[in-house]
Design a protein around this ligand. Structure first.
Ligand SMILES: *[C@@H]1O[C@H](CO)[C@@H](O)[C@H](O)[C@H]1NC(C)=O
Ligand SMILES: *[C@@H]1O[C@H](CO)[C@@H](O)[C@H](O)[C@H]1NC(C)=O
Ligand SMILES: *[C@@H]1O[C@H](CO)[C@@H](O)[C@H](O)[C@H]1NC(C)=O
Ligand SMILES: *[C@@H]1O[C@H](CO)[C@@H](O)[C@H](O)[C@H]1NC(C)=O
Ligand SMILES: *[C@@H]1O[C@H](CO)[C@@H](O)[C@H](O)[C@H]1NC(C)=O
Ligand SMILES: *[C@@H]1O[C@H](CO)[C@@H](O)[C@H](O)[C@H]1NC(C)=O
Ligand SMILES: *[C@@H]1O[C@H](CO)[C@@H](O)[C@H](O)[C@H]1NC(C)=O
Length: 818
């Protein structure tokens, strides 16, 4: 006898029920069932619910995925811990208002937990991707009997609350899949910790991995992404009923997800209709400084520094030996015995991620002064900050006993005031000196100042030399380690197959350190592969550099690295393929330049400026690209510019403005004078290159090699001359000269000229450039550009030094004999 008593109860009724193909339905009632192969499609058709097998697994799961996306992207799984072994599963709503999944023998595999009964229970897949059980005649969200948004898996969809419902006790968190074949809970979770002032944490089992920092009114304080340059709107709600964080897309036609992957990274992806692939917009944690408490108590992490960890002012390493061995987790302790009556001052740290708030106290009504007094009056208080940074700041956040997990985030973060003895304050001491010197010996004071300035200079110089003495040579990096969790590795065979064994026909050109090939992966994804030539030792340094930088960078105006291949002697980088090649193909070619009208060119200029702003300011690294040029600006399907080639990029520390190198690398025609001649580079070097690029985009002519019958000026000199004669528009490419855009073009030329001024200090910062591009503010008059006479290129001046110049579009290297 085959049938069991279960069969009578569950299989027999099924036979009388109407079996439906629910292709276009988003709802089932008690008389309908969903079998393996049937689906529900949400209103608006963005989501599908059905049975699937993840990765290479043959097990069956009920889940929700995106409907119109060819790469099956599952956002929610019902029976993630209890797979079906075959395709006999049936999903149905019972008359007890419960949604159940039963297998072929009637065993309940999974079910919703509802305690309420309604007359006409239905299950519906809503347009948001939320699967709900509700009464047919009551669609108010507060009366839902059950909803999948209360039971997230690894993905947070727009509108989904992540956090705690303090009434029902739900703690909605993300839990990673075990692997891409197995949706059962892996070891990573991402959830809001309600202790102190609530903040989201990423955990691996019970160990903190990463903390987003407390909400600062706009965003989490540990994030380099701000509300302004995000395409989502965020919400953080904290009251006595609930604590949660949610987001919504500002543009509903864009499909996005935020998911916790199996390696423990939180990534936001956006579907790209043109590449038919997911593009990652950010990844957290981003670097070593994001590792929870990497510098221990009272330590502060700065990714640009060496060592990355430093003690806060007035504190010393607890275990200095470990500290020297780069184990900073022991943290720092107060130099002298604790005595709060003398710890009556505060040091302000700007642009930092606020410390762990689990041991904090907060008040939304106090102002900063009241907050400071509150801190001074509590012996355990070690620091304070504003709770909300909007409108000049409000609210009070105090830390008790310890400060942990603080990092520097250039261009973002907040102000933190750390309690110290006022004798530790530089300002306090100076005040004493001033008082003494004014009333007693003024000369002694002046003498003191001179000595202190000399001493500081010397120290700065020593520090600078230590840092930049032999930068390129001295760096040894473990690439595998750098890429570890972030960067997928491809097998050599896979890449060889994709590129037709690196055939000549697949060769796209020559990159910074070797040939570039086009390839097609098995799944149809088109890629560009940069292969390091085996002879190139110089190339190896650049390869490492590129891996380090670009694997950390995520911006729509930077080219995206998909992975690498490191096998035996092989070193390859795999990028998304850019079908429209690079900018130089368009602007310097008469037939194709006609395709690129002024509005598109302006969009390209703006895109490059945004990419550069991210490098200089918004990424946590503060990067000088050092080789920005038309051939390094790639164009995607929609002609959006993407800055590429980070082989020569360098980071800058928060407080330094310029550095000097013995090896001048870059491309003539794009290098500013102070760099080409003296080897001094700064963020303003990139601004110069950007200015050259703007003038090239407008004129359709290369700066280097520019020839004019009447004079020996470079393109920069030519443009400047015309600008001063009031004939600015004559420099513009005839194919785009169009009077209706005259004022925009004139303005862009003026902006370009401001960027290429001789003296770096005269050039605007890239953030100012972005303001110029998006506003109508009046522009200043540009002074003379650098290298405006063509012969001024440092041929003669550099003749005693070694140099290698391949051709004007290739990257050059000059060794200065210093
Ligand atoms: C279930 O839905 C079907 C199709 O919409 C309908 O014909 C049927 O009457 C419904 N049954 C109940 C009990 O509501
Ligand atoms: C609910 O369904 C079960 C079996 O499917 C049946 O025995 C029971 O009578 C039903 N209850 C109601 C109230 O319809
Ligand atoms: C169905 O589920 C029950 C209970 O989980 C289990 O004992 C049974 O082996 C399953 N049957 C099949 C065919 O998977
Ligand atoms: C279902 O929910 C109730 C209360 O909401 C809870 O006590 C019970 O443990 C839950 N059962 C399951 C299987 O989760
Ligand atoms: C992407 O394609 C889908 C389906 O064709 C369309 O609905 C959506 O508007 C497109 N999105 C964008 C941003 O173009
Ligand atoms: C703390 O410092 C004050 C002022 O210097 C001093 O009077 C007091 O004795 C100190 N207390 C302790 C416990 O050292
Ligand atoms: C300091 O503040 C904390 C947090 O509010 C509190 O628990 C503690 O009792 C306070 N200590 C004193 C001495 O007021």
């Amino acid at each position: 006898m085959r049938a069991t008593s279960y069969d009578h109860l569950l299989i027999w009724p099924v036979m009388f029920l109407m079996v439906i193909k629910c292709d276009a339905l988003d709802v089932v009632n008690v008389t309908q069932i969903i079998r393996d192969g049937d689906t529900l499609v949400s209103a608006g058709a963005r989501f599908v619910l059905g049975f699937f097998s993840p990765g290479s697994s043959s097990r069956r799961y009920v889940g929700i995925w995106f409907n119109r996306i060819p790469v099956q992207t599952v956002v929610w799984v019902a029976n993630r811990e209890t797979p079906l072994l075959d395709s006999s599963g049936v999903l149905q709503v019972t008359n007890k208002s419960v949604l159940t999944l039963v297998n072929g023998t009637g065993g309940v595999i999974w079910s919703t937990n509802t305690s309420k009964f309604v007359r006409n229970p239905i299950a519906q897949l809503l347009g948001t991707g939320n699967l709900v059980v509700r009464d047919q005649n009551d669609n108010s969200p507060q009366n839902f009997l059950w909803q999948s948004f209360d039971h997230p898996c690894d993905t947070q969809l727009p509108g989904m609350k992540l956090g705690r419902d303090l009434v029902t006790g739900f703690d909605r968190m993300l839990t990673s899949w075990k692997s891409s074949d197995d949706p059962s809970p892996g070891s990573y979770t991402y959830r809001i910790d309600p202790r102190g002032y609530p903040q989201p944490f990423l955990w691996k089992d019970s160990i903190e991995q990463f903390r987003d920092g407390p909400w600062d009114g706009m965003w989490f304080s540990g994030s380099a992404i701000t509300q302004v340059d995000s395409s989502d709107s965020f919400q953080f709600v904290l009251n006595d009923k609930e604590i949660y964080y949610s987001y919504n897309e500002l543009d509903p036609s864009v499909i996005t997800t935020r998911a916790l992957n199996t390696y423990g990274s939180i990534q936001r992806h956006e579907w790209n209709n043109h590449t038919q692939g997911w593009a990652a917009y950010y990844t957290k944690p981003i670097d070593n400084c994001d590792t929870y408490a990497v510098c221990g108590a009272f330590g502060i992490c700065n990714f640009g520094n060496s060592p990355q960890c430093q003690c806060m002012k007035g504190f010393v390493p607890k275990m200095s030996r470990n500290w020297d061995e780069k184990d900073w987790t022991g943290g720092c302790v107060y130099g002298a015995p604790w005595n709060c009556s003398i710890r009556d001052g505060f040091i302000k740290y700007s642009n930092v991620k606020l410390p762990d708030t689990r041991n904090s106290w907060y008040d939304t009504t106090m102002n900063l002064d009241q907050c400071k007094m509150k801190c001074l009056h509590n012996c355990s208080c070690v620091a304070f900050a504003n709770l909300d940074v909007r409108d000049g700041g409000s609210g009070c956040l105090l830390w008790i006993n310890s400060l942990i997990d603080v990092r520097v985030i250039s261009g973002a973060g907040e102000d933190l005031y750390v309690r110290v003895a006022s004798s530790e304050l530089g300002g306090g001491r100076n005040r004493v000196i001033v008082a003494v010197s004014c009333s007693l010996v003024a000369a002694l004071f002046l003498c003191g100042i001179t000595i202190s300035i000399m001493w500081r200079r010397r120290r700065w110089k020593i520090k600078e030399q230590a840092k930049y003495g032999a930068p390129e040579e001295g760096r040894s990096i473990n690439i595998r380690k750098m890429g570890e969790s972030e960067l997928p590795e491809y097998a050599f065979d896979v890449i060889a197959e994709a590129t037709n064994n690196f055939s000549l026909a697949n060769r796209l050109g020559e990159g910074g350190f070797g040939p570039v090939y086009k390839g097609v992966l098995n799944d149809g994804q088109v890629i560009a592969v940069k292969r390091l030539s085996k002879e190139s030792r110089q190339g190896l340094a650049e390869f490492k550099n590129e891996v380090i930088f670009i694997s950390k960078l995520q911006h729509r105006n930077l080219v995206k690295l998909m992975g690498c291949c490191i096998e035996a002697e092989e070193r390859m980088l795999i990028y998304e393929y850019m079908p429209n090649k690079s900018l130089d193909y368009f602007i310097f070619d008469q037939s194709s330049s006609a395709l690129l009208g002024w509005p598109k060119r302006l969009e390209i200029i703006k895109g490059i400026a945004r990419g550069l702003l991210y490098l200089h300011q918004d990424s946590r690294l503060r990067i000088v690209h050092r080789d920005l040029k038309a051939s390094n600006v790639l164009l995607d399907f929609e002609m959006n510019p993407k800055i590429s080639d980070f082989g020569l990029a360098r980071t800058f520390n928060g407080n330094e403005d310029a550095a000097r190198t013995k090896r001048v690398v870059g491309t003539y025609g794009y290098m500013p004078p102070e760099y080409a001649i003296d080897g001094v580079f700064s963020l303003k070097s990139d601004v110069f290159s950007f200015g050259v690029l703007v003038l090239e985009i407008l004129s359709g002519k290369r700066n280097r090699g520019f020839i004019h019958l009447d004079h020996h000026h470079s393109l920069l000199g030519h443009a400047w001359m015309l600008f001063r004669e009031g004939a600015t528009l004559e420099v513009v490419d005839p194919s785009i000269r169009n009077s209706s855009y005259a004022s925009q073009m004139e303005r862009s030329i003026q902006m370009g000229l401001l960027c290429v001024q001789q003296h770096p200090d005269d050039r605007p910062s890239i953030s100012l450039v972005n303001v110029m591009l998006t506003s109508d503010c009046e522009l200043p008059e540009p002074k003379e550009p650098g290298f405006y006479i063509q012969r001024n290129v440092p041929h003669e001046s550099a003749s005693s030094r070694t140099k290698s110049i391949s051709n004007d579009q290739m990257t050059i290297t000059t060794l200065h004999g210093r």
